[in-house]
Design a protein around this ligand. Structure first.
Ligand code: UN1
Length: 508
C-alpha cells in the first residue's frame, strides 16, 4: 500500500542518491539502488539510488562554491532563510512525522515530535543569527583595542543514525546555516527517504532565495562515500551520530588531517531511584525512557539503579505499566510501542538476552519476539548485578536492567562505572542526594536530570556526553561556536608600537 503522505513529500518509486538544489540532483539511471524497508511490515516503501565517491566529490564542490556566496550574506539574513525553513517544516509536520514513523518505526507521536524538534532548532537558530557574539578584551598596551570575532567555517559533514532520521540533521544544519556554513548530509542507509523528503523541503526554501548548495545530501555505502566524506579536507567539521566504533573511526581519520569533529555516540543511561523518590513519577519517567522509541534512542533508559528498600514495590509497578503498553503499528495512535528497526536489531536483542542468562540475569518481564510481519518485540525488564559485563554494553533494544544498591554513594558509583557518559537522572525528594548527584562528585554524564527521565532533552541545552559518548555537544547553548572559526584581533590606534609583555626590541 502506498501512503498519500509520500506524494506530499515528493517521494518517488526510485529517488536520487544526492541533491543540492531544486534542479540539482545526481540521478544516474544505471546506479545501484537500495530499498527502504518499513519495519512496520517488512514491505519496501521505495528505492534510492546510491552515489559513488566521484559523485560525492561533485557534491562537495557545489557545497564549497555555495559557501563562498553564503558566507558573505549577513548572518541575520541567513537567519531569515532558516526562519522560512522552520515555517515549511511546520507545514510539513504531519507528513514528515508519518514518514519518520513509516521508515524508522517510532510511534507517530514521536515522529511528529522529531519534526517539532527541527522546528524548535530553526527558531533557536533564527535568534542566534543576531547573537553570534564575540568578546572584547582590555589590551595591556595603551591605545590598543582587542576583540574576538567568529567567522564561518566552511563545509560541514553530517553523519546521522537511523533512530533520529530528521531531527539530528536539523540540529546541525540549522545552526551551521546561520553560522554561514554549508552542510553535506550522509543519512543512515536504513532511512534514506527521510533525507530525500527533507532535501525537497530545503530545496523549496533555497529556491525562494535563489540559492542552492546550502543544504545537500548523499546516500552511499559507508566504506566508499562515508570514508571519502570524512577524509576530504574541504569538510572542515564532521558531526557524527552513531556507535562508538563508528565515532572512533571518524575521530581517527578527521584528526589525522586536523579537521574538527562533534561526536555523539553511544549511551548507557541510568535512572537512580532513592528511598525518598515519588515512585509513581519514577515509574512514568522510566517507562517513557526505556520503552519510548522501542529503546532505540541514544538517551534511552537502560539501567535503573535503585535503593533495595523500594526496589520490590518499584518493579511491581513497572511490570504493571509494561503490561499495559499497546504494541503494534506505530502509525496507529493507539499504540505506544512500534517495531525495532530491522531484523538485525531482533538478533542483537536475542544475543544480549543469551548473555544476560549466562551472567546470572533474571528476566522479570518480556523479551519475546512477537509473531507478525515486521520486527516487534516485547520490552524486557531484567534483574542483574550492575557490574555484569552485558550491563556495561549499549544494546540498542528495549532491555532494562534493574540494579539494587544500599546507598546513594553506591548508586552514583554504579552510574559512573560504565564506559559511556551520555544521559542520567535521579528520582529523589531529598535535597542532599539531589545536590550530590549534580555536584562534581555526582554523575559523570553530559546530561544529569532530577525527577525527569534520561531521554527527551530540549534543543535549548547543549546535547552530548563524555567518555565513550565522544565528548561532542550539539544544538543549544553555545554549541554554535564549533561551527565557526574564532579570530582574535588587536588594533593599535596610537602612534607608538609598544610590544606585549613589556619587551623592548632594539628600542632606545
Ligand atoms: C538520539 O537518540 O540520538 O534527548 C538523540 C532525546 C532527543 C534526542 C535523542 N532529544 O532523547
Amino acid at each position: 500500500m502506498r501512503h498519500d503522505f509520500l506524494d506530499e513529500l515528493g517521494i518517488e518509486e526510485v529517488n536520487p542518491g544526492a541533491g543540492w538544489g531544486k534542479d540539482s540532483w545526481i540521478d544516474d539511471p544505471d546506479a545501484r539502488t537500495i530499498k527502504s524497508i518499513s519495519p512496520i511490515d517488512g514491505e519496501t516503501i521505495a528505492r534510492v539510488r546510491l552515489v559513488s565517491a566521484k559523485d560525492l566529490d561533485m557534491v562537495l564542490s557545489r557545497s564549497q562554491e555555495a559557501f563562498e556566496t553564503w558566507r558573505v550574506m549577513p548572518a541575520p539574513k541567513r537567519g531569515e532563510v532558516v526562519r522560512i525553513l522552520g515555517e515549511e517544516l511546520r507545514k510539513k509536520k504531519d507528513p514528515l512525522g508519518k514518514l519518520v514513523t513509516l521508515e524508522m518505526g517510532k510511534i507517530v507521536q514521536e515522529g511528529w515530535g522529531e519534526v517539532q524538534e527541527m522546528v524548535d532548532i530553526c527558531d533557536f537558530a533564527v535568534g542566534l543569527s543576531r547573537q553570534l557574539y564575540g568578546k572584547s578584551m582590555h589590551s595591556e598596551r595603551p591605545f590598543h583595542r582587542m576583540y574576538e570575532q567568529w567567522h564561518p567555517l566552511g563545509v560541514v559533514g553530517v553523519i546521522s543514525a537511523f533512530n533520529f532520521p530528521v531531527a539530528v540533521w536539523a540540529w546541525n544544519a540549522a545552526i551551521a546555516a546561520v553560522c554561514g556554513d554549508t552542510t553535506v548530509w550522509k543519512p543512515s542507509s536504513d532511512v534514506p527517504l527521510c533525507a530525500v523528503a527533507v532535501q525537497h523541503i530545503a530545496n523549496d526554501v533555497m529556491a525562494k532565495f535563489d540559492l542552492e548548495g546550502i543544504f545537500s545530501y548523499v546516500v552511499g555505502p559507508g566504506r566508499e562515500v562515508g570514508e571519502k566524506l570524512i577524509a576530504d579536507p574541504r569538510v572542515r567539521l564532521v558531526s557524527a551520530t552513531g556507535s562508538t566504533p563508528m565515532g572512533q573511526r571518524v575521530a581517527e581519520v578527521v584528526s589525522t588531517r586536523l579537521g574538527r569533529t562533534i561526536l555523539e555516540l553511544g549511551g548507557n543511561n541510568a535512572v537512580l531511584v532513592d528511598g525518598t523518590a515519588d515512585l509513581e513519577m519514577a515509574v512514568r519517567g522510566v517507562l517513557f525512557g526505556a520503552v519510548g522509541t522501542a529503546g532505540q534512542r541514544c538517551t534511552s533508559t537502560r539501567r535503573v539503579i535503585i535503593d533495595k528498600q523500594v526496589s520490590g514495590e518499584f518493579v511491581h509497578r513497572l511490570v504493571k505499566a509494561y503490561e499495559s503498553i499497546p504494541i503494534g503499528d506505530p502509525l496507529d495512535e493507539a499504540n505506544l510501542m512500534g517495531p525495532l528497526v530491522h531484523h538485525g536489531a531482533i538478533q542483537d536483542m536475542a544475543n544480549a538476552l543469551e548473555k544476560i542468562a549466562q551472567q546470572g540475569g533474571q528476566v522479570v518481564y518480556g523479551g519475546e519476539t512477537i509473531d507478525r510481519p515486521g520486527w516487534y518485540v516485547k520490552p524486557c525488564i531484567v534483574r542483574i548485578r550492575g557490574d555484569a559485563p552485558i550491563v556495561q554494553e549499549e544494546t540498542f533494544a528495549p532491555i532494562l536492567y534493574i540494579n539494587e544498591v544500599g546507598s546513594v554513594e553506591e548508586a552514583i558509583a554504579m552510574n559512573n562505572m560504565v564506559p559511556q557518559g551520555l544521559s542520567s537522572a535521579m528520582f529523589t525528594t531529598n535535597l542532599q542526594n539531589g545536590e550530590k548527584w549534580l555536584s562534581h562528585v555526582g554523575s559523570d554524564c553530559g546530561i544529569a536530570n532530577i525527577n525527569i527521565g534520561t531521554s527527551g532533552a530540549e534543543i535549548g541545552g547543549a546535547f552530548g556526553g563524555e567518555k565513550d559518548t565522544g565528548g561532542g555537544r550539539e544544538s543549544g547553548s553555545d554549541s554554535w561556536k564549533q561551527y565557526m572559526r574564532r579570530q582574535t584581533c588587536t588594533i593599535n590606534w596610537g602612534e607608538e608600537l609598544p610590544l606585549a609583555q613589556g619587551i623592548t626590541f632594539g628600542d632606545e
